[in-house]
Design a protein around this ligand. Structure first.
Ligand code: FES
Length: 126
């Protein structure tokens, strides 16, 4: 596996049982500390898990507007807490806001047989 960032967890790392994340909802994870820390989040959406790097394509801030709050009030889109950009939960594509047309960076996850969200083998290109 090509490691994209320092402190990025290895494939096979168990993150959380999907049932522990509200649906729809999301949970943030931080690995490491300081400038080298790796931040990601897992979205519980339509019965599955989707992972993203917790970094808005606009100003590179984290998205959550309070701990683990990634969804807008209607719970139909991910929303950046800094300037309000909206993203399609299943694709990470920004459809409204200052980074319209750009996308969140996918962080590959999968569900194991016990319903846990696990870091997947394949990694995004960059
Ligand atoms: S940093 Fe996310 S919309 Fe500006």
């Amino acid at each position: 596996m090509a490691v994209l960032r320092p402190n990025q967890p290895a494939p096979g790392t168990r993150l959380i049982a999907l049932a522990e994340i509200p649906a729809p909802g999301a949970k943030a994870f931080t690995f490491g500390a300081g400038k080298e820390r790796f931040e990601c989040f897992v979205v519980h959406w339509l019965g599955g898990a989707i992972g993203y790097v917790n970094e808005c394509p606009h100003a590179r801030t984290t998205l959550d507007w309070s701990p683990d709050k990634f969804f807008n009030l209607r719970k139909d889109a991910l929303q950046c807490g800094t300037h309000g950009a909206l993203f399609v939960p299943e694709s990470g594509h920004c459809f409204l806001g200052p980074c319209k047309g750009k996308s969140l960076i996918r962080f590959p996850v999968r569900l194991d047989a016990d319903g846990w969200v696990v870091v997947a083998e394949d990694t995004p290109a960059t």
